[in-house]
Design a protein around this ligand. Sequence first.
Ligand code: ADP
Ligand code: MG
Length: 250
Amino acid sequence: MIEVFNATVVYGGNSQRLEAVRNVSFNVAAAEVFGLVGESGCGKSTLLRAIAGALPLARGRIALADRDVGLHRTREERRLVQMVFQDPYASLNPTHTIDKILAEPLAIQKIKAIDERVSQALAEVGLGLEHRYRYPHQISGGQRQRVAIARALIMQPGILLLDEPTSALDLSVQAEILNLLKRVGRSRTLTMLMVSHNLAVIAHMCTRIAVMYEGEIVEMLEVERLRRGEANHPYTQRLLTASLDGAAAA
Ligand code: ADP
Ligand code: MG
């Protein structure tokens, strides 16, 4: 469903030139939940933005649902991939009601039966209709992330890109959102690519992971092997040790 081949993404030019993602290749099968881990600044969000069509590739290619895609995408290609960001407060327009936030992308795509789709989307993410005409600041952080997920799902995408979708949330709320993502992913047979720096989150959600380090994928492994501590790359080993220490401290 997602094919990334030798993808390189560059910011700036001349002395400012930075290859934030370098020669990255991986595939994600239909309905698979694939994890992307690595420390802050290693290029995870850049890679997701390139897959979403928000950044150009300097080299390489990306295919989604067996079709090569570029920066300029058809309406259908844009609908296919939806993204959920870390901070729902920043990603939701504060001057729009939840109703408008959910209705707007449908209107842009000239989709009909907007009213019905909005109420269905709210129900799917477990938000009561009483929230429909509230503003983002009038609901909790977890509810805001539910709205962001509803806004992605309402487009009926095949692929969901999740950029640290729970790391801005309280621990108890994190689990609720992860379970929601797991449930809708299964019921809609979504292909998901999920960024997290939390290996416990990744292990809960994913079947396979890629480990990024300084713009490159340094290791790809099954979550089962991660659980058994069978990482090859020293950086993955360090991540594992750090997360075990974190779990022991918690
Ligand atoms: P991650 O999501 O893994 O934390 P990012 O993809 O956000 O990493 O960033 C990768 C690298 O690219 C970092 O060195 C970051 O400073 C740089 N970077 C990110 N966005 C921009 C931008 N818009 N312009 C220039 N450099 C950027
Ligand atoms: Mg990031």
